[in-house]
Design a protein around this ligand. Structure first.
Ligand SMILES: [Zn+2]
Length: 69
């Protein structure tokens, strides 16, 4: 008779509250990604209309009151 025993890694000790919290100090929120507008070069959030010149992907979508070069 052959015993079918599967061995796998098991934690030697329970992770204490302190250990768990110390590990989670590295879980941080990263700053949002920013891109530059292809028309005016202003720093904008990706996938959004540029607030400076009113364009999206180089095309005008929102007309601005003042004239832009
Ligand atoms: Zn722009």
């Amino acid at each position: 008779m052959k015993l079918e025993i599967q061995l796998f890694a098991v934690p030697f000790r329970k992770t204490s509250k302190t250990r768990k919290r110390m590990r989670r100090t590295h879980y941080k929120i990263s700053a949002n990604e920013m891109t530059t507008c292809p028309k005016c070069g202003a720093t904008i959030k990706p996938h959004r209309v540029c607030k400076n010149c009113g364009t999206y992907k180089g095309k005008e979508v929102v007309s601005m009151n003042k004239e832009e070069a």
